[in-house]
Ligand binder design. Sequence first.
Ligand SMILES: Nc1ncnc2c1ncn2[C@@H]1O[C@H](COP(=O)(O)OP(=O)(O)OP(=O)(O)O)[C@@H](O)[C@H]1O
Length: 359
Amino acid sequence: MITLKLKQQLADFTLDLDLTLPARGVSAIVGPSGSGKTTLLRCVAGLEKADQALIEINGNCWQDSQRGLWLPPNKRALGYVFQEASLFDHLSVQGNLDYGRRRSAEPAGNEQAAQIIELLGIGHLLQRGTTGLSGGERQRVGIARALLANPRLLLLDEPLTALDPQRKADILPYLERLHAELDIPLLYVSHSPDEVARLADHLVLLENGALRASGPLQTMLPRLDLPMAHSDDARSVLHGQVSACDDHYQLLELTLAGSVLKLRVPHAALPLGQQVRVAVQARDVSLALEKPQHSSVLNQLPARIEAIEPGNHPAQTLVRLALGDNALLARVTRYSADQLQLQPGLEVWVQIKAVALFD
Ligand SMILES: Nc1ncnc2c1ncn2[C@@H]1O[C@H](COP(=O)(O)OP(=O)(O)OP(=O)(O)O)[C@@H](O)[C@H]1O
């Protein structure tokens, strides 16, 4: 478990929060510009000495003001990856990686180092200089260098922001692999709903230096009291397991977690039983009172309305639905909501027009 109790005054900005995060997986830190995301990471890293703090990472205490304990940054076993990798350009890629290992009291062993290099797909770059690397390659080397120090925690501060869309798309699968295979927790600051939907397990929302909300991603995204549900590209994340593959039509069947409900998703075959997550945009979900007949939409599932709220635009209504154990967000017109007399507790059929699958 990660405990972050922090109070830090910076001129007229105050960071004041009390946060508990899971011991592993990706905790995404989101919030408006200036809400304190980077300051939070800097306090955790010891680059900022919080006025009052209790910082404990899976049993390792890095700061406890009540006991007068404060470890300087170089005594904290963490990796910090910024928007742009600050590699040493006089060293080769291998030289940069060796530096990462040397600066740690307990660096990664050879086997682990080979695994990290493989995970990040940089084996073919080791002898290269750093100046000719693409932005995405530089970031992958930067992340590998951080991991080779064998950190207890990896901090990533908008690691993809400086990359163009193609490079972002190239590097995301590597981050997904890290997420699946690393045992250490990651704190990931991001402004990108796509990255958050793909990578995060837990979501922390900061506002004005304070904690607005924190919880598992799939319960945070559909919360109608939080701003994510009201953004134009609001979405829900559902978890499921591959239960069948239709080679002829190139469709996967997924059984949703905690239910017998099944989704069909256009995708090449994956191993049966593989856990996957899917993201569904609220605007791609429509509602009907009866099971739609003769529709081209693949996914029609029974659901129950849990809550309804006005949307950002006066013409829109946001609806949170229970789909088995999963929460699903739908955005429909206020007109339709009135016509169908939508209300909490009502059993409806959802039609899901598009599903993004992250494997
Ligand atoms: N050293 C400092 N002295 C005074 N104020 C600071 C200092 N560092 C940060 N701040 C202020 O603290 C606030 C939070 O900054 P921070 O960089 O943590 O926000 P952020 O959520 O990461 O923003 P962004 O999304 O724009 O990166 C801002 O108002 C910033 O101006």
